[in-house]
Write a new protein. Structure first.
Lengths: 790, 336
């Protein structure tokens, strides 16, 4: 309770006023400050004797004094030397019993003192962090957490404060590592996750904190750590996207300029416009700066194999684990383990037998287990480990007796497993499963079709002949399909554009070792590429000379060079043709282009005509690659040339026909590589089970209203079965925009239209003409005011 | 007919199997019991409904009313306690120290009447009033308070303390230096720094009058109290050379008698500060006039006070006379 204050006292107790005066002239108000400070110290001393009492008893309150002094503390550093320490000890010793308002004020004052640089951030964090961990008050914890995060962000805003980060990370790590069974580690997890999201911490130390958390012995801490690995990076990306979205939305310069042209010009508006322009420029500059390269948390792990093993042994395998996790939490851990196994291709054999007992349709959230199993599969998992699992899924889930939902989930699960390890399937089972594409149920049907199309690609010989399809059969006949795969078989990689380099070398006649030596001499070719002494640079400098000198023989040389390039293009096109099945049809057409090239290019074209037979050409190409990459070491000059050639090749590839071919190849590659790095979710497994249900009346109504029926969440395809107009209208309304002119005309008040309708028929022709003219002009201009500057 | 189909349907409903979806949690059972609850509190309007009380209970009740929120209630309680003390003398239901510890926060009370009544209560109290540390803290807080009236009444409390418990005030931890420093702050006698009002860090700033006109009365009161305080603190105890010998002769066969008898005051070893926070020079205990004088000079207080008194004496009138008293007290220190 604050008592009534007399008029004279009010003047003295008017701390904000005094604060203002002190800030403008500290020396003359020193006496006033000293008297306030002595009042503070006596009240503080009184308070220390009985900290539980509220400080509301008298005319002055301790929290007002604390606030006042911390605001002007920078003006009197000598007098207030002990003040920060006072506050810190008050908070540390009595935080549990302090009045909440006073407590919050002290925390705020400490942060203020930090802003004024009276105390350093280490002191502040060392005060706040232990309190955050130990205090029983929820509101204080929220406040402290917010202050700690903002302090960390502020001190990392200009440059990364490595020292502070390191000490804070060590604190967090120790909090978890010193007592793995306590729930206090949650704060370390929370802080790390937040700072990870804000990209303040993006190094392996933060990841190792989370690693410790995931291996701790408290259920909440474990879940926090595990969820970080599963979703932390996504969260970080989303946060970054949000930020850039907000920035983009803000200002449209054209609109502002347009407004400035219309509105009255005042100094303030001028200033605003300038500020906006500066803002836009700053943002553009920010946009053009290179994006910080951040690795995902899963890639920053020190020892993924050890981590996965420990996670599995600690939380999943034992029948009496140290931490009792419920099913949901266990699923999270399982997801992480399987993610690690799939991503890093780890070997964790006991994991697969662990799955067996969960693979029944009655198991709650079995789709999650199926997804985890699929995720844990990769091409280095022995097929005989996976075989019983696939068998069990097939037996339990996929049968005529099982519900359609169950069957489709099982089929989808098997497909996801087999997409990663095709050898886990045997042909009898496969042929059996493929039969389900004749099922009446849509979901099952589509799942079985997915299965079929997968095996057409990866193991067509396991399918029955009539199931293989035309394309696959053709390919098989041409011998393009990879034959029966064997376990552990790895595709060899290559260097992109290497064959181009080799061809170029052949053309230049540079095969000898003396050339190689020259390449090594030009070791730092990359660092000073304007200098010309390497073999490859000579070509370019020649070209330049031609342009300048214009002499006859040099022009010939230029023509020769041109011819070479064209020939190379033709060859490039040829080679791509060989990849496709219908290469034989295209090749002559392409070759017809080749004679257009200059006679000097005849030799290379001859070589290309030899490559008419596709299979042979492919073989030769492969042979070339292997010889070049394995017989000699590429010099820096070589690498630079390689880069140049690659750029040229992309230019040729930009032609429309090549583009189309490339797109198709890309789509195929994306479809096959989807499995490598993404997580498989339960939703993937549930898949099209939705199609098996007939929508109820209520669901239909909800859909028509644009709401999602319960039970169906997270599909996220955005199809809510409403008309496009309705959706567009809603979107426009949400943006605060109006709809079309036609819409407005339709909505117009009837009475307002009456007058015009009455007169319209009786208008004179000249008037009518004027109106039409004006309308025409307006529409050309783009509306009443035109859209200048927009 | 209609009712029978309805009944049939209802019956059929009981045996309908709930449809479980694959991969989803089980729906809740229809016969599940909701175990969530909300707590409720009961509020009484009166604190006590009993009517008749004996004197002790009434005394205790009034003692508890000292921390009441309403001003008249506090004043009335003080009044009751004062009369009770006057009547009962030393036979109070509670010891005087308990009354003091309950009443001392009222030194900082906003209401004038309460503070005056409080002083009356203090004066009416008899017997040992216990350790003075807390009481002095409140007094000093009152002396530095923003409100002039509170300062005045705090000074009155200090005067009362000096009259009745001189030694206890001076030997209590922080009693000497902290109090003198408080006076120094109050009078702004900070070694001439404030009185010059000069240019600091390149900025010129005007001198502010140390005291305003309205506070003259306060200044006089402060100077008077300071004079009493300094006189008490700096006067050496009259030394009787024979006293110790006579006492030893009285108790002849016994040696160090004082060490063996039971202590009379409460917390007799408090000066050792066994359980409190470590003290600095300011809150140390200064037992005799000699040590008090030494620390007074060491901290440079003596010089500051002399300079300040010199200034104050020049004002003449009531202030001058009070300053002369302080000067006289300071001479005690000078004489050594």
């Amino acid at each position: 309770m604050k008592r009534k204050v007399g008029a004279l006292e009010k003047v003295d107790a008017d701390l904000p006023n005094l604060q203002h005066k002190i800030k403008s002239d500290p020396t003359s108000y020193k006496d006033d400050f000293v008297s306030q400070y002595s009042l503070y110290s006596s009240v503080h001393e009184l308070f220390l004797t009985s900290p539980t009492t509220t400080d509301d008893t008298g005319l002055v309150r301790l929290r007002d004094l604390v606030d006042f002094i911390s605001h002007v503390a920078d003006c009197y550093p000598q007098i207030t030397a002990k003040f920060p320490q006072d506050l810190i000890s008050l908070l540390q010793q009595h935080h549990a019993s302090l009045d909440s308002e006073l407590r919050d004020k002290i925390v705020g004052s400490l942060v203020l003192l930090r802003k004024k640089d009276i105390i350093d951030s280490n002191t502040l964090l060392n005060t706040l962090w232990p309190l955050l961990v130990s205090t029983p008050s929820k509101s204080l914890r929220a406040l402290l957490y917010q202050k700690v995060v903002s302090e960390m962000r502020n001190s990392n805003s200009k440059t990364t404060n490595h020292k502070l980060n390191r000490s804070m990370q060590a604190t967090c790590y120790n909090l978890i590592a010193s007592d793995p069974a306590s729930p206090k580690g949650l704060w370390a997890v929370k802080l790390t996750r937040e700072l990870w999201k804000r990209q303040v911490w993006a190094d392996s130390k933060a990841v190792s904190i989370m690693e410790a958390a995931a291996l701790s012995q408290d259920a909440k801490v474990v879940t926090g750590g595990v969820r970080f690995f599963l979703g932390g990076d996504q969260e970080r990306e989303d946060a970054a996207d949000d930020e850039s979205d907000q920035e983009e939305k803000n200002i449209s310069m054209g609109k502002l300029r347009h407004q400035a042209g219309i509105n009255k010009k005042t100094a303030k508006r001028d200033r605003d416009l300038k500020a906006a322009a500066a803002n836009v420029k700053r943002k553009e500059r920010k946009k053009s700066t290179p994006h910080a390269l951040n690795f995902g948390a899963l890639h920053l792990l020190n020892d993924p194999q050890g981590f996965a093993e420990k996670l599995f042994q600690q939380h999943l395998q034992p029948s009496q684990p140290k931490v009792k996790l419920n099913l949901e939490q266990k699923l999270f851990v399982l997801q992480l383990v399987s993610r690690l196994v799939g991503l890093h291709k780890l070997t964790l054999i006991p994991l697969y037998s662990y799955f067996i007992k969960f693979l029944t349709p009655r198991q709650p959230s079995v789709t999650g287990f199926l997804a985890s199993l699929a995720q844990a599969t990769h091409n280095l998992v022995p097929p005989d480990v996976l075989d019983p699992l696939v068998q069990k899924i097939a037996n339990e889930f996929v049968s005529e007796a099982a519900a359609s939902e169950v069957a489709s989930a099982g089929l989808n699960g098997i497909r996801e497993i087999c997409a990663r390890q095709p050898l886990a399937m045997n042909d009898t089972l496969l042929q059996d499963l493929v039969q389900y594409r004749k099922s009446k149920d849509k979901g099952v049907q589509m799942a079985a079709r997915g299965m079929l199309s997968l095996y057409r690609e990866v193991g067509a010989e396991m399918l029955r002949k009539r199931d293989r399809g035309k394309d696959t059969t053709l390919k098989m006949r041409a011998g393009e399909m990879a034959g029966a795969r064997r376990f552990g078989h790895v595709e060899g990689g290559g260097i992109e554009g290497l064959e181009l380099l080799e061809k170029w070398k052949e053309e230049q006649g540079m095969e000898g070792s003396e050339d190689e030596e020259a390449g090594w001499n030009n070791w730092d070719a990359q660092s000073d590429d304007s200098e010309s002494d390497g073999g490859w640079v000579n070509v370019e400098s020649e070209g330049e000379e031609i342009d300048i000198s214009d002499s006859e023989d040099e022009r010939e040389k230029a023509a020769a060079k041109k011819g070479k390039i064209e020939a190379r293009k033709a060859k490039q096109a040829d080679k791509e043709n060989t990849d496709t099945a219908d290469a034989t049809n295209d090749a002559p057409k392409d070759n017809a282009d080749a004679p257009k090239a200059t006679p000097e290019a005849a030799a290379p074209t001859e070589r290309t005509t030899a490559s008419l037979e596709p299979a042979a050409a492919l073989k030769r190409e492969e042979a070339h690659i292997s010889t070049l990459a394995t017989t000699r070491i590429l010099t820096p000059a070589d690498l630079l040339k390689l880069q140049e050639l690659r750029a040229n090749a992309t230019l040729t590839a930009a032609l429309p026909s090549a583009k189309r071919r490339k797109l198709a190849a890309q789509a195929q590659a994306a479809a096959s590589s989807r499995h490598a790095d993404d997580a498989v979710t339960a939703i993937d497994i549930e898949g099209l089970a939705l199609l098996s249900h007939k929508a109820t009346r209520e669901d239909k109504i909800l859909l028509a209203k644009g709401q999602r029926p319960e039970g169906r969440d997270g599909g996220g395809d955005g199809n809510d079965h409403r008309s496009t107009t309705a959706r567009r209208k809603e979107r426009k309304e949400a943006e605060g925009k109006s709809t079309t002119n036609r819409e407005k005309a339709r909505k117009k008040n009837f009475l307002m239209t009456l007058g015009k309708a009455k007169k319209k028929g009786k208008r004179k022709l000249s008037v009518q003409r004027g109106i039409l003219k004006a309308h025409n002009e307006r529409s050309k201009r783009g509306g009443k005011r035109g859209n200048k500057g927009q | 007919m209609g009712s029978s189909t309805k009944k049939k349907k209802e019956k059929a409903k009981d045996f309908q199997k709930t449809k479980l979806k694959v991969g989803k949690a089980r729906p809740k059972n229809t016969n599940a019991t909701d175990t969530s609850f909300a707590a409720k509190s009961i509020v009484f309007k009166q604190q006590s409904v009993s009517e008749t009380r004996d004197a002790t209970a009434l005394f205790n009740h009034n003692l508890s009313l000292l921390s009441s929120k309403t001003e008249p209630q506090r004043r009335d309680a003080l009044q009751y306690l004062t009369t009770a003390c006057q009547v009962a003398g030393e036979e109070l239901p509670q010891p005087a120290s308990a009354v003091i510890s309950k009443a001392q926060p009222l030194i900082l009370d906003g209401s004038n009447g309460v503070r005056q009544q409080l002083l009356k209560l203090f004066k009416a109290l008899q017997g040992d009033i216990g350790p003075l540390e807390q009481l002095l803290l409140y007094t000093r807080a009152g002396m530095t308070h923003l409100s002039t009236e509170i300062r005045l009444s705090a000074l009155a409390v200090l005067d009362w303390l000096l009259r009745t418990q001189t030694d206890a005030v001076l030997t209590c931890p922080g009693g000497w230096i902290k109090t003198t420093k408080t006076f120094q702050n109050l009078l702004s006698w900070q070694g001439g720094l404030s009185s010059t009002g000069a240019t600091m860090n390149g900025k010129w700033s005007a001198t502010k009058a140390a005291t305003s006109l309205g506070n003259n009365k306060l200044l006089v009161q402060q100077l008077n109290s300071l004079a009493t305080f300094l006189t008490a603190g700096l006067t050496p105890e009259p030394v009787d050379p024979d006293a110790a010998g006579r006492r030893a002769a009285d108790l002849f066969p016994l040696w160090h008698t004082d060490a063996h008898v039971l202590p009379k005051g409460s917390n007799p070893f408090g000066y050792l500060n066994l359980f409190g926070a470590p003290r600095d020079a300011e809150s140390e205990v200064y037992d005799d006039a000699e040590s008090r004088y030494e620390i007074f000079g060491e901290l440079g207080l003596l010089a500051d006070f002399q300079a300040g008194v010199k200034e104050a004496k020049k004002e003449g009138g009531e202030v001058g006379r009070a300053a002369a008293l302080v000067d006289k007290a300071l001479r005690l220190a000078d004489d050594r």
